[in-house]
Design a protein around this ligand. Structure first.
Ligand code: ZN
Length: 243
Protein backbone atom coordinates (compact mmCIF):
# COMPACT_ATOMS: atom_id res chain seq x y z
CA UNK A 1 0.00 0.00 0.00
CA UNK A 2 2.80 2.38 0.98
CA UNK A 3 4.59 1.46 -2.25
CA UNK A 4 1.46 2.21 -4.30
CA UNK A 5 1.12 5.59 -2.60
CA UNK A 6 4.78 6.39 -3.34
CA UNK A 7 4.26 5.52 -7.02
CA UNK A 8 1.13 7.68 -7.16
CA UNK A 9 2.74 10.70 -5.47
CA UNK A 10 5.85 10.35 -7.63
CA UNK A 11 3.73 10.11 -10.79
CA UNK A 12 1.78 13.27 -9.85
CA UNK A 13 5.01 15.12 -9.03
CA UNK A 14 6.36 13.92 -12.38
CA UNK A 15 3.38 15.46 -14.22
CA UNK A 16 4.10 18.84 -12.60
CA UNK A 17 7.84 18.52 -13.30
CA UNK A 18 6.93 17.62 -16.91
CA UNK A 19 4.96 20.84 -17.20
CA UNK A 20 8.08 22.75 -16.10
CA UNK A 21 10.23 20.62 -18.43
CA UNK A 22 8.13 21.87 -21.36
CA UNK A 23 9.20 25.42 -20.49
CA UNK A 24 12.84 24.44 -19.93
CA UNK A 25 13.33 22.48 -23.18
CA UNK A 26 11.83 25.33 -25.19
CA UNK A 27 13.40 28.34 -23.52
CA UNK A 28 16.89 27.26 -22.39
CA UNK A 29 18.26 26.41 -25.87
CA UNK A 30 17.04 29.86 -27.02
CA UNK A 31 18.87 31.53 -24.14
CA UNK A 32 15.57 32.72 -22.61
CA UNK A 33 14.77 32.97 -18.90
CA UNK A 34 12.79 30.04 -17.55
CA UNK A 35 10.79 32.23 -15.13
CA UNK A 36 10.13 35.41 -17.12
CA UNK A 37 7.80 35.96 -18.87
CA UNK A 38 5.28 33.68 -17.11
CA UNK A 39 3.54 30.99 -19.21
CA UNK A 40 1.38 32.57 -21.90
CA UNK A 41 -0.43 31.61 -25.09
CA UNK A 42 2.03 32.04 -27.99
CA UNK A 43 -0.82 33.27 -30.24
CA UNK A 44 -2.77 35.82 -28.18
CA UNK A 45 -0.12 36.25 -25.46
CA UNK A 46 -2.74 36.00 -22.71
CA UNK A 47 -1.08 34.98 -19.48
CA UNK A 48 -2.11 31.45 -18.49
CA UNK A 49 -3.69 30.91 -15.10
CA UNK A 50 -3.51 27.86 -12.86
CA UNK A 51 -6.59 26.35 -14.46
CA UNK A 52 -4.85 26.40 -17.87
CA UNK A 53 -1.75 24.79 -16.44
CA UNK A 54 -3.01 21.56 -14.85
CA UNK A 55 -0.78 18.93 -16.53
CA UNK A 56 -2.53 16.88 -19.25
CA UNK A 57 -6.01 17.64 -17.80
CA UNK A 58 -6.13 21.27 -19.01
CA UNK A 59 -5.08 20.28 -22.52
CA UNK A 60 -7.71 17.52 -22.66
CA UNK A 61 -10.40 19.76 -21.13
CA UNK A 62 -9.72 22.51 -23.67
CA UNK A 63 -9.38 19.92 -26.48
CA UNK A 64 -5.93 21.19 -27.33
CA UNK A 65 -6.98 24.82 -27.86
CA UNK A 66 -6.28 28.12 -26.10
CA UNK A 67 -9.16 29.14 -23.80
CA UNK A 68 -8.99 32.76 -25.02
CA UNK A 69 -8.22 32.77 -28.74
CA UNK A 70 -8.87 29.13 -29.71
CA UNK A 71 -5.39 28.67 -31.21
CA UNK A 72 -4.18 25.08 -31.35
CA UNK A 73 -1.84 23.96 -28.58
CA UNK A 74 0.60 21.25 -29.62
CA UNK A 75 -0.02 17.68 -28.38
CA UNK A 76 3.61 17.72 -27.47
CA UNK A 77 2.90 19.56 -24.19
CA UNK A 78 0.66 16.87 -22.64
CA UNK A 79 2.93 14.18 -24.11
CA UNK A 80 6.01 15.56 -22.32
CA UNK A 81 4.01 15.91 -19.10
CA UNK A 82 2.67 12.38 -19.35
CA UNK A 83 6.10 10.93 -20.24
CA UNK A 84 7.69 12.62 -17.24
CA UNK A 85 4.88 11.43 -14.97
CA UNK A 86 5.13 7.84 -16.20
CA UNK A 87 8.93 7.89 -15.94
CA UNK A 88 8.80 9.15 -12.34
CA UNK A 89 6.13 6.60 -11.41
CA UNK A 90 8.19 3.82 -13.03
CA UNK A 91 11.27 4.95 -11.10
CA UNK A 92 9.30 4.82 -7.85
CA UNK A 93 7.96 1.39 -8.80
CA UNK A 94 11.41 0.01 -9.64
CA UNK A 95 13.05 1.29 -6.46
CA UNK A 96 12.21 -0.48 -3.25
CA UNK A 97 13.44 2.37 -1.06
CA UNK A 98 12.32 5.99 -1.01
CA UNK A 99 15.75 7.33 0.04
CA UNK A 100 17.47 7.32 -3.34
CA UNK A 101 14.20 8.06 -5.17
CA UNK A 102 14.50 11.88 -5.56
CA UNK A 103 18.12 11.61 -6.77
CA UNK A 104 17.43 8.80 -9.23
CA UNK A 105 14.27 10.54 -10.52
CA UNK A 106 16.19 13.78 -11.18
CA UNK A 107 18.96 11.92 -13.08
CA UNK A 108 16.34 10.16 -15.21
CA UNK A 109 14.26 13.32 -15.88
CA UNK A 110 17.42 15.26 -16.89
CA UNK A 111 18.11 12.51 -19.44
CA UNK A 112 14.58 12.92 -20.80
CA UNK A 113 14.82 16.72 -21.02
CA UNK A 114 18.23 16.60 -22.70
CA UNK A 115 16.95 14.00 -25.18
CA UNK A 116 14.01 16.23 -26.15
CA UNK A 117 16.31 19.20 -26.83
CA UNK A 118 18.66 16.96 -28.84
CA UNK A 119 15.74 15.53 -30.84
CA UNK A 120 14.63 19.11 -31.60
CA UNK A 121 18.06 19.71 -33.09
CA UNK A 122 19.11 22.16 -30.37
CA UNK A 123 22.28 22.20 -28.31
CA UNK A 124 21.66 20.44 -25.00
CA UNK A 125 22.06 23.10 -22.27
CA UNK A 126 24.82 22.42 -19.76
CA UNK A 127 22.21 22.89 -17.01
CA UNK A 128 20.88 19.37 -17.63
CA UNK A 129 24.35 17.88 -17.05
CA UNK A 130 24.94 20.02 -13.94
CA UNK A 131 21.60 19.16 -12.30
CA UNK A 132 22.10 15.49 -13.15
CA UNK A 133 25.61 15.56 -11.65
CA UNK A 134 24.30 17.19 -8.44
CA UNK A 135 21.62 14.53 -8.09
CA UNK A 136 24.18 11.78 -8.76
CA UNK A 137 26.54 13.23 -6.12
CA UNK A 138 23.67 13.31 -3.60
CA UNK A 139 23.71 9.49 -3.73
CA UNK A 140 27.07 9.65 -1.88
CA UNK A 141 25.70 10.65 1.57
CA UNK A 142 22.60 8.47 1.00
CA UNK A 143 24.83 5.39 0.51
CA UNK A 144 26.65 6.19 3.76
CA UNK A 145 23.40 6.77 5.73
CA UNK A 146 21.93 3.50 4.41
CA UNK A 147 25.14 1.61 5.26
CA UNK A 148 25.83 0.89 1.57
CA UNK A 149 29.23 2.56 1.39
CA UNK A 150 30.42 -0.35 -0.78
CA UNK A 151 28.03 0.82 -3.50
CA UNK A 152 30.11 3.94 -4.02
CA UNK A 153 32.90 1.91 -5.60
CA UNK A 154 30.38 0.36 -8.03
CA UNK A 155 28.91 3.79 -8.76
CA UNK A 156 32.40 5.16 -9.44
CA UNK A 157 33.10 2.23 -11.77
CA UNK A 158 29.83 2.98 -13.60
CA UNK A 159 30.81 6.64 -13.95
CA UNK A 160 34.25 5.70 -15.24
CA UNK A 161 33.08 3.07 -17.74
CA UNK A 162 29.99 5.04 -18.87
CA UNK A 163 31.74 8.37 -19.36
CA UNK A 164 34.91 6.97 -20.94
CA UNK A 165 32.74 4.78 -23.20
CA UNK A 166 30.64 7.78 -24.25
CA UNK A 167 33.74 9.92 -24.75
CA UNK A 168 35.46 7.37 -26.97
CA UNK A 169 32.54 5.94 -28.96
CA UNK A 170 29.88 8.69 -29.10
CA UNK A 171 30.37 10.84 -32.21
CA UNK A 172 28.85 13.91 -30.60
CA UNK A 173 29.72 17.35 -31.93
CA UNK A 174 32.68 18.84 -30.07
CA UNK A 175 30.52 21.47 -28.31
CA UNK A 176 28.11 18.80 -27.05
CA UNK A 177 30.62 16.16 -26.14
CA UNK A 178 31.09 16.94 -22.46
CA UNK A 179 27.41 17.53 -21.80
CA UNK A 180 26.62 14.08 -23.21
CA UNK A 181 29.56 12.45 -21.42
CA UNK A 182 28.40 13.86 -18.05
CA UNK A 183 24.73 12.93 -18.62
CA UNK A 184 25.55 9.36 -19.66
CA UNK A 185 28.22 9.02 -16.97
CA UNK A 186 25.67 10.06 -14.31
CA UNK A 187 23.20 7.45 -15.56
CA UNK A 188 25.87 4.71 -15.44
CA UNK A 189 26.93 5.93 -11.96
CA UNK A 190 23.32 5.62 -10.79
CA UNK A 191 22.94 2.13 -12.30
CA UNK A 192 26.21 1.09 -10.60
CA UNK A 193 24.98 2.48 -7.28
CA UNK A 194 21.66 0.66 -7.53
CA UNK A 195 22.98 -2.75 -8.60
CA UNK A 196 26.37 -3.58 -7.11
CA UNK A 197 28.29 -5.96 -9.33
CA UNK A 198 26.12 -5.51 -12.45
CA UNK A 199 24.66 -2.05 -13.05
CA UNK A 200 27.96 -0.39 -13.91
CA UNK A 201 28.76 -2.92 -16.65
CA UNK A 202 25.28 -3.12 -18.15
CA UNK A 203 24.80 0.68 -18.29
CA UNK A 204 28.26 1.27 -19.79
CA UNK A 205 27.79 -1.53 -22.33
CA UNK A 206 24.45 -0.05 -23.43
CA UNK A 207 25.98 3.42 -23.86
CA UNK A 208 28.86 2.06 -25.96
CA UNK A 209 26.62 -0.26 -28.03
CA UNK A 210 24.05 2.48 -28.70
CA UNK A 211 26.69 5.09 -29.53
CA UNK A 212 28.49 2.68 -31.86
CA UNK A 213 25.41 2.32 -34.08
CA UNK A 214 25.63 6.00 -35.15
CA UNK A 215 22.38 6.50 -37.05
CA UNK A 216 21.60 9.06 -39.73
CA UNK A 217 23.59 11.25 -42.05
CA UNK A 218 25.68 12.62 -39.20
CA UNK A 219 26.60 9.09 -38.10
CA UNK A 220 25.78 10.38 -34.64
CA UNK A 221 23.43 8.31 -32.48
CA UNK A 222 20.51 10.41 -31.17
CA UNK A 223 20.96 11.24 -27.50
CA UNK A 224 17.43 9.88 -26.94
CA UNK A 225 18.64 6.42 -27.96
CA UNK A 226 21.66 6.47 -25.64
CA UNK A 227 19.69 7.99 -22.78
CA UNK A 228 16.73 5.61 -23.18
CA UNK A 229 19.07 2.62 -23.04
CA UNK A 230 20.77 4.02 -19.95
CA UNK A 231 17.45 4.77 -18.25
CA UNK A 232 16.37 1.16 -18.87
CA UNK A 233 19.70 0.06 -17.31
CA UNK A 234 19.02 2.29 -14.28
CA UNK A 235 15.45 1.05 -13.76
CA UNK A 236 16.51 -2.57 -14.42
CA UNK A 237 19.34 -2.21 -11.88
CA UNK A 238 16.85 -0.88 -9.34
CA UNK A 239 14.49 -3.81 -9.97
CA UNK A 240 17.22 -6.45 -9.80
CA UNK A 241 18.63 -5.26 -6.49
CA UNK A 242 15.33 -4.34 -4.80
CA UNK A 243 15.60 -4.79 -1.06
ZN1 ZN B 1 -4.46 32.27 -27.07
Amino acid sequence: MAQLLTILVCGMAGLVVGSFLNVVVYRLPLGMSIVEPPSHCPSCETRLTLIDLVPVVSWLGLRGRCRHCGARISWRYPLVELSTGVLCAATAGALGSVWPLPSVAVVVVCALGASIVDADGGAVPLAFALVSALAAVSLLPIAVVLGHADRLAWAALGLLLGSVGAFVVDRAHESQRWTRVVLLGCLAWTAGWLWPGGGAFVAAWIVVAAAATGLGATRRAPLAMLAAGSVVAVLGSALISRP
